[in-house]
Ligand binder design. Structure first.
Ligand SMILES: Cc1ncc(COP(=O)(O)O)c(C=O)c1O
Length: 355
């Protein structure tokens, strides 16, 4: 066996969901499980957290359908809503709550009335999905005229709640809150960063994602400091150990050269498994629990590590991220975020459920 494994921890997911519940302080908690449970597996993530949360959030209707097929009867929020009339009818059959973000969706609903619970997405400064307050107000009135449609609330998404110097969230919350009050409906505003940081943003429902997967939304506070547990450990094995001389290069493009004699470990994991190809030399990993670094370019099936000063033999374990090397540290070294690392692990590594 190659030994390239994605270890998944349902108990850690449940713990992190309990953390979210405690922070929510009475607001309903909707666990975001979109994009295959942030790469952890839709069913695994949803089932692990099902007892700790009040609902589940997905981006697409297919994801909502998959959750219903898995037997999950929770309230479901579909963040991108429906794309056509068939989907609109499917949403009604699945009893999924849908986000309406654009007037064309209201047109579609008006032409195809269905018993649907709707959240109206207001654009408060993210300038991605959602309608400006005036437009949202007008569309709310139209929605209320569609037979079967119930306007549950207003939805906001923060653009900068994870930034140390956050320039937007106060104004975003004020704008969304004012609209919800005016329309006399509920408000959902907070992602993980806002849930942890802004008690005033809890409103009626919170929508944490990344914190549930054991990653910190903040560059300046670790997941451990936030009492979040590791939910995913990516590991592989050393399949060769080779001597190297000063001046020798390693890997495609000869991007790294040894400045003295040493040993290079070859690890059976590459971008074909979802380890990022753009990880630079120096990215941390752990061999037998000892921290060391990636050297040279990541290839499809392999990567190479510096074994100088490391006690290691062929067959030994290498942690790409998990307990010794926090995923957030790997993400920072790669100039990305844990979300992307989680989502990019391919189907190739063997999934192992661990406690
Ligand atoms: C609409 C919506 N709500 C909540 C979240 C959860 O955000 P986070 O994973 O940063 O907690 C996301 C994720 O991007 C989202 O798109």
């Amino acid at each position: 066996m190659r030994g390239t494994v994605l270890e998944l921890r349902p108990a850690a997911l449940a713990h992190n969901a309990r953390r979210a519940r405690a922070l929510a302080d009475g607001a309903r908690v909707l666990a975001m499980v979109k994009a295959n449970g942030y790469g952890h597996g839709l069913g695994l993530a949803a089932r692990a957290m099902a007892n700790q949360v009040d609902g589940l959030g997905v981006a697409l209707l297919e994801e909502a359908q998959a959750l219903r097929h898995l037997g999950l009867a929770h309230p479901l929020l579909v963040a991108e809503g429906f794309f056509d009339a068939d989907e609109l009818r499917l949403a009604a059959r699945l009893h999924a709550e849908v986000v309406v973000h654009s007037p064309w969706q209201v047109d579609l609903l008006a032409a195809n009335p269905a018993p649907l619970n709707v959240w109206l997405k207001v654009n408060t400064g993210m300038n991605r999905l959602g309608m400006a307050p005036d437009l949202a107000r007008a569309q709310a009135a139209r929605l209320r005229g569609v037979p079967g449609v119930k306007l549950l609330g207003v939805m906001n998404h923060f653009s900068c709640a994870d930034l140390h110097d956050d320039p937007h969230s106060d104004a975003q919350l004020a704008m969304a809150g004012a609209l919800a009050r005016e329309l006399g409906v509920a408000l959902t505003a907070a992602n993980s960063a806002a849930l942890i940081r802004y008690p005033e943003a809890r409103a009626d429902r919170v929508r944490p994602g990344i914190m549930l997967y054991g990653s910190s939304p903040f560059a300046w506070r670790s997941a451990a400091e936030l009492d979040l547990r590791v939910t995913e450990r990516f590991r592989a094995r050393l399949i060769a150990i080779n001597p190297i001389q000063a001046g020798d290069s390693v890997g495609y493009g000869a991007t790294w050269r040894a400045d003295g004699p040493g040993r290079i470990g070859v690890v059976a994991v590459g971008y074909g498994d979802g380890y990022p190809r753009h990880a630079p030399s120096g990215t941390p990993l752990a061999v037998n629990g000892q921290r060391t670094r990636l050297v040279g370019r990541v290839s499809m099936d392999m990567l190479t590590v510096d074994l100088n000063g490391i006690d290691a033999r062929v067959g030994d374990e290498v942690e790409l991220w998990g307990d010794v090397i926090p995923v957030d540290e790997v993400a920072a070294a790669c100039g990305t975020i844990s979300y992307e690392l989680f989502c990019q692990v391919t189907a190739r590594p063997v999934r192992v459920i661990a406690e």
